[in-house]
Structures are given as structure tokens and as C-alpha cells.
Design a protein around this ligand. Structure first.
Ligand code: 6R9
Length: 685
């Protein structure tokens, strides 16, 4: 088969695949298989199931040997002391502790930039920047990028930022965003990037938690036709943080001229500084701060099922080796590739696979400021053709929305440079997979459906393009060194074909080390549910051929357009509204976003329902969390279904929200079963 083609399973290769992975004969005819072309496989880094199997086997039988061989390709000021990894992942044996390459001294910025420049790639383009408006663009070579990073690093040092200090970055997708991340890493400062779609309250919450010396932002950003004044949001956040006793010395502001001129930007003398006025004056060289492999690299906040967002902490050495290696193999990276990941650096995908993973490989990366459907739905393919993008990595929600807009936006462009496609953020439904594969990739490009999390630092379960036949909708097999296990409710590992909770046995270099300031919560959330394992919070099944199929979150986290949102966070925003007495939030299926937010709201006694109130409730969530967390629906609820002990029965609410009214199940344990009838009556009002 010379071009990739969608075929029913049962072909010769499958039994071979089965024999390799499971050691048993093929039984399943249930899923279609998509084979890589012979051309693709023959040039791939991992070209066959056997090759994968051989590397995988070594990675789990001899992790120290496997990972230290890879780590030796990077620059270490001092080599790590033995052992390569020490870990305790079992709460029954004491505190959870993970260490990789401990005692090794390195610097991830040095490995991303200086190392690549020294090997002769200083003139290679590191970043192609594409602005919101077509025609606005810029680029930086590796050598130019290093200059910019050093200037900012020198400025930060001058402002008193030292190793271990936190810096909050609240920037849109300008080149200055990866520059800021790299500059922090160069001097050993810990960056915390906050997605520039978060509200001032969310930003304040993060500032109060990590107490940065400096906040880096931009005055504004244009997303599609809309101008958003980021500086106003930061100003409000800094007022809010000051109320909580945290004052920030400096707010370095990049003037994003195409969005807003400096004259119209609100300013606080003494605190606010224009980036363009100070940073370019600093020297373009800056000594590297050599840090221990286990020194913190960054904090990234993510939603949990309860309480406030968690500060996921990643350290330097293991994260560096892991993001570099996963990037290389999962995208079958070649030095001639032009790589575009549509994620924003405000999320983990932008950390590991816009900035660090690609740059550690010396890759050419696209950074796109705008919206993928502006000025129209063909924008992505316009960019692909403009820069001859070879690897395109995005989220299923974008695939579905472009699919809905029609093939003509895609087929109008050539896209012939594309080689590998990628998907992340949520399970990709088979019909979106097929459209992505057939229409976008012209049935030529394998799709790396990468399952991973903020916590895992890098890919955990992912296809290696060229190695395996793919099944649309399956993330396929574990990456090197990753040992997924599926357990039942009791935490007992289930073998073979099964369905259950996805856990991981033993650590991998990219694993997060703690939740900032709350190691107890780290242990409770991730390691106590199923002792002995890391628990992902996801459900998963494994089919007869050993392929993994992620089935979504099993906790109270909703995945909206690939963004994690805790039901508890939305509920607490809603109940802060003076007219809301109680709220319960569930996820419902959404055609484009994957999941939508559905909120049941009980109003304060005597307050009537109104359209205006509905809008004001939604506004409250937007302003407290961010626009992306706004409920898609408010369902008026005279009361909520509760057990006699007062626990809300979300199972019933989920059924009502998805209108599966015949499947409400047993409602007899409710304190007041009539509540359910009332809710059904109000369903479409
Ligand atoms: C990288 C990222 C993590 C959660 C994760 C899972 C879902 C991500 C997925 C996927 C199925 C995939 N998820 N990738 N589910 N297939 N390829 O998205 O990190 O924001 O922390 O979200 O996203 O539910 O638990 P994060």
C-alpha cells in the first residue's frame, strides 16, 4: 500500500502487530486500521512495530540506561550522580517523591539555544511569527532569538529576579512569550504563564499564590476583529493581589502596536515599564545560571475537581529530556521540518510543544497570534502554505469547527507540505479524525493523537507515525518508559481487553513533582485514589489489539474545547452572584467544543427568572474565570436533586442536561423526588 488508506482490520500486518504487543492472535474486527505508507515508514525514526517493541522493552526494563543514553546528547555542566531516577510512588511507603538526573547541573535555555547555535544552526529560523492580521509577520533565527532572550534575562536580573524567584507571564502569542519563558529559564527563575484569556480575578489568584517579583504582559491583543486590553486586566489583578498583601515591583509591558498604541494605555508610574524602552538597551549576552536537574523550571495552574486551581510544578532535567524525546518521536521530527502547534503558551501544550520540546530539537516553530477562523476559516491552511508547514498539531475542537465550515476552505489551499498531523486536548471522535486525515491531510499524513496532561509534562500514550497502523480515535500505545495500567474501582489492575481507570505504574522523566505549596493535595489527588499508581483522572479502555482508547474525565472536571474547567470553580463563580442561592454544573456533549458547560441554578427566594439575569450570571463566570468558562446553558432549578445527607446527585443532573429522561435511574433515594419533575418541566424554558 503506497499511500495511507483506511482499511478494515484483518490484514496481514495486524496479526504481526498483535503478536508483537500481546503475543496472541488477532480477534478483533471491530476497528478500522489505517496503515502508514511504505514511503513514510521507510524514512521514519521508528519504522516498524518491532522497532518500537525493542525500544519500548529497553525503556521499561532498563529505564536508567535508556534515559541516560538520551540525556547524554544534551549539555550538562555536571553529570548527574547515580541513580538516574529515584522514586516512591506508593503512599503506603511514605511521601511521594520523584527525582530524575538528581545532582546533574544543566540549563534548558542553554540546551534550546546556545547548544543548537554552537552546532552550526544559529542561522536557522527558530520562530516564524504570524500576526492576527494577514500580512503582519516576523521571524527570528536561533542566534537572534538568543540575543533577545539574553537582553530580557539581563533586565530581569537587574530588577532583582534571582534563581528560584517567580515571574508571572500574561502575554498573547507574540514572540515575546517564548522569549520570556526562555529568559526566566536562563537565570533559573520560575515562570508561571497565565493564559491571556483568564480574567483579572483568576490572574490575581495565581499572583497571590506564587508571589512573583515581576509580571510581564502586553498592553493589548487583537483576536480576530476584537481588541482586548490586557493591561487593564493586569491592573485590576494587581489591585486585587495588593488587597491580599502581595504587591508586585514591576509590570513589564510590551507595546503591541498593531492592537493598541501606548498613548491610550493606562499607566502607573514607578511600576509599569515599556518593554521596548528598556529591554533592547541590555547586552545580548547573559551568563547561564546552572541549575540542579531537580530545581523548579515552571509552575502552571490547572483546574481540579475541587477548590482552587493547582500549581503544577515541573523541574528542569527530566522535563527537558522528556519533552525533547517525545517531540522527536511522536512527530517523527526531521531537521527540515516546519512545525506548527496551534496551542497557546498559556497551556501545557504551548510549554512543552511550542517552546521547549521543539526548540530542544532545534526546530523551526510557527507562533500564531490570531484566531484560526480569521479572516475566514481558511486561515490555517493559508499559513500552512505560506510557511510550508510539515507538522501541524492542533485540537479536536478546531478540527470539528473547521469541518463544519466546509471542505472548500481547506481544498482551496495546496497543503502539500504537510507530512504529520497531531491532535491533543480531548478524545478525537472518529468522524473528525477521518475528516482531518482525508481532507486536511489528503489521506497521506499519519495523525499523532497524543494523550497526556499538564501533570505528565509530555506525551504518555501516542502513535509513533510510521510504526503502527492507526485506529481513528485511539491514542494507540504508550510512549517509551510509560507503563499505563487500567484498574477497576478497587484499584486492581485489569489485563487485556478492558475498560476502567487509567493509571501509570512507576515514574517517567517528565512527571510533575508536586503541587506548589501543597504536597498533601498532590498525594491525595493523584496517588491515594489507587495506591501504588499515579491516577490520571481519565477513563480508558484497551481493545483486543492492545490499543488504548481514552474515554474522558471520570472526575468533576469538564473538558471544554480541550481546556480543563472544574465544575466547582464555575459553581463558586455562580453562587457569588447576589441572586444565586445554589448552583450545580455538569458537562454535556457539544458538537464543536467536545463538552459544554451546563449549569443548574437555584435563585434566592422570591427572585424571578429573567433573560437579563441569565446574562448577568454568565457575565459573572466570564469575569471571574474567563470567557472560555462561560456556561452554554443556564437551567432554572427551583431545587436540586439531593440525597438525604444533602449530596447533589450529579448523575441525575447529567441525564437531565443531556435529555436522557428515560434513563434517570433510581430517584427514590432523593430527599425530595419531586424536584426532578420540576426540573424536567423547566428544561426548555
Ligand atoms: C495536554 C492537555 C488533560 C486532559 C486529560 C484528558 C484530556 C488530552 C487527550 C485527552 C483523550 C487525547 N486529553 N489529550 N483525552 N485523548 N489525545 O490537554 O493537558 O489541559 O492538563 O488536559 O485532557 O482528559 O486528562 P490538560
Amino acid at each position: 500500500v503506497d499511500s495511507m488508506s483506511v482499511k478494515p482490520s484483518g490484514a496481514g500486518k495486524v496479526s504481526q502487530l498483535n503478536a508483537v504487543i500481546l503475543g496472541e492472535a488477532l480477534a478483533s474486527e471491530a476497528h478500522d486500521l489505517v496503515f502508514p505508507s511504505r514511503d513514510f515508514s521507510s524514512q521514519a525514526l521508528v519504522s516498524s512495530p518491532e522497532k518500537y517493541e525493542e525500544m519500548y522493552k529497553r525503556s521499561v526494563e532498563d529505564p536508567a540506561g535508556f534515559w541516560s543514553d538520551i540525556a547524554s546528547d544534551f549539555y550538562w555542566k555536571e553529570k548527574w550522580s547515580q541513580p538516574v531516577c529515584s522514586e516512591n510512588l506508593d503512599v503506603r511507603n511514605g511521601n511521594i517523591k520523584i527525582e530524575w538526573f538528581k545532582g546533574g547541573r544543566t540549563n534548558i535555555c542553554y540546551n534550546c539555544l546556545d547548544r543548537n547555535i554552537e552546532s552550526g544552526n544559529g542561522g536557522k529560523v527558530a520562530i516564524y511569527w504570524e500576526g492576527n492580521e494577514p500580512g503582519f509577520d516576523a521571524s527570528l533565527t536561533y542566534a537572534q532569538l538568543l540575543d533577545k532572550v539574553c537582553q530580557l534575562a539581563n533586565y530581569l536580573k537587574d530588577m532583582g529576579v534571582r534563581k528560584g524567584d517567580a515571574v508571572v507571564i500574561y502575554l498573547p502569542m507574540l514572540m515575546e512569550l517564548p522569549i520570556a519563558m526562555l529568559a526566566c529559564a536562563r537565570i533559573g527563575a520560575v515562570h508561571s504563564v497565565v493564559f491571556a484569556g483568564f480574567s483579572s480575578e483568576s490572574l490575581a489568584q495565581r499572583i497571590v499564590d506564587c508571589k512573583p517579583k515581576v509580571v510581564i504582559t502586553s498592553n493589548a491583543v487583537k483576536r480576530g476583529p476584537k481588541v482586548i486590553s490586557l493591561k487593564d486586566i493586569v491592573d485590576a489583578a494587581l489591585v486585587e493581589s495588593a488587597k491580599n498583601g502581595i504587591s508586585v515591583d514591576a509590570c513589564l509591558t510590551y507595546e503591541n502596536q498593531s492592537a493598541m498604541k501606548r498613548e491610550t494605555t493606562k499607566w502607573q508610574e514607578g511600576r509599569d515599564i515599556w518593554w521596548q524602552d528598556v529591554v533592547p538597551k541590555y547586552p545580548t549576552t547573559c551568563d547561564v545560571e546552572w541549575v540542579d536537574a531537580e530545581d523548579p523550571l515552571f509552575l502552571l495552574y490547572t483546574s481540579g475537581s475541587t477548590g482552587k486551581p493547582k500549581g503544577v510544578l515541573h523541574t528542569t532535567g527530566g522535563y527537558m529530556i522528556y519533552t525533547a524525546t517525545t517531540f522527536k518521536y511522536a512527530f517523527d521530527y526531521k531537521p527540515s521540518d516546519v512545525y506548527w502547534c496551534t496551542a497557546d503558551c498559556g497551556w501545557i501544550t504551548g510549554h512543552s510543544y511550542v517552546t521547549f520540546g521543539p526548540m530542544l530539537n532545534g526546530a523551526t516553530v510557527i507562533v500564531f497570534e490570531g484566531a484560526p477562523n480569521y479572516p475566514d476559516s481558511g486561515r490555517c491552511w493559508d499559513i500552512v502554505d505560506k510557511y510550508k508547514v510539515t507538522i501541524f498539531y492542533t485540537a479536536p475542537t478546531l478540527v470539528r469547527s473547521l469541518m463544519r465550515d466546509g471542505d472548500e476552505y481547506v481544498t482551496r489551499y495546496s497543503r502539500k507540505s504537510l507530512r504529520v498531523l497531531g491532535s491533543v486536548g480531548e478524545p478525537i471522535n472518529p468522524s473528525a479524525w477521518r475528516w482531518f486525515f482525508n481532507v486536511v491531510g489528503d489521506s497521506r499524513c499519519p495523525i499523532s493523537d497524543t494523550w497526556w496532561q499538564t501533570e505528565t509534562g509530555g506525551f504518555m500514550i501516542t502513535p509513533l507515525p510510521g510504526a503502527w497502523p492507526q485506529k481513528p480515535g485511539s491514542a494507540t500505545f504508550p510512549f517509551f518508559g510509560v507503563q499505563p495500567v487500567i484498574v477497576d474501582e478497587k484499584g486492581i489492575e485489569i489485563e487485556g481487553e478492558c475498560n476502567g481507570y487509567l493509571c501509570v505504574k512507576s515514574s517517567w522523566p517528565g512527571a510533575f513533582r508536586t503541587l506548589y505549596g501543597d504536597h498533601d493535595r498532590y498525594e491525595t489527588t493523584y496517588f491515594k485514589a489507587f495506591p501504588g499508581y499515579y491516577f490520571s483522572g481519565d477513563g480508558c479502555s484497551r481493545d483486543k489489539d492492545g490499543y488504548y482508547w481514552l474515554t474522558g474525565r471520570v472526575d468533576d472536571v469538564i473538558n471544554v474545547s480541550g481546556h480543563r474547567i472544574g465544575t466547582a470553580e464555575v459553581e463558586s463563580a455562580l453562587v457569588s452572584h447576589p441572586k444565586c442561592a445554589e448552583a450545580a454544573v455538569v458537562g454535556v456533549e457539544h458538537e464543536v467544543k467536545g463538552q459544554g458547560i451546563y449549569a443548574f441554578v437555584t435563585l434566592v427566594e422570591g427572585v424571578p427568572y429573567s433573560e437579563e439575569l441569565r446574562k448577568s450570571l454568565i457575565m459573572t463566570v466570564r469575569s471571574q474565570i474567563g470567557a472560555f468558562a462561560a456556561p452554554d446553558r443556564i437551567h432554572w432549578a427551583p431545587g436540586l436533586p439531593k440525597t438525604r445527607s444533602g449530596k447533589i446527585m450529579r448523575r441525575i443532573l447529567r441525564k437531565i442536561a443531556s435529555r436522557q429522561l428515560n434513563e434517570l435511574g433510581d430517584t427514590s433515594t432523593l430527599a425530595d423526588p419531586n424536584v426532578v419533575d420540576e426540573l424536567i418541566k423547566l428544561a426548555d424554558s
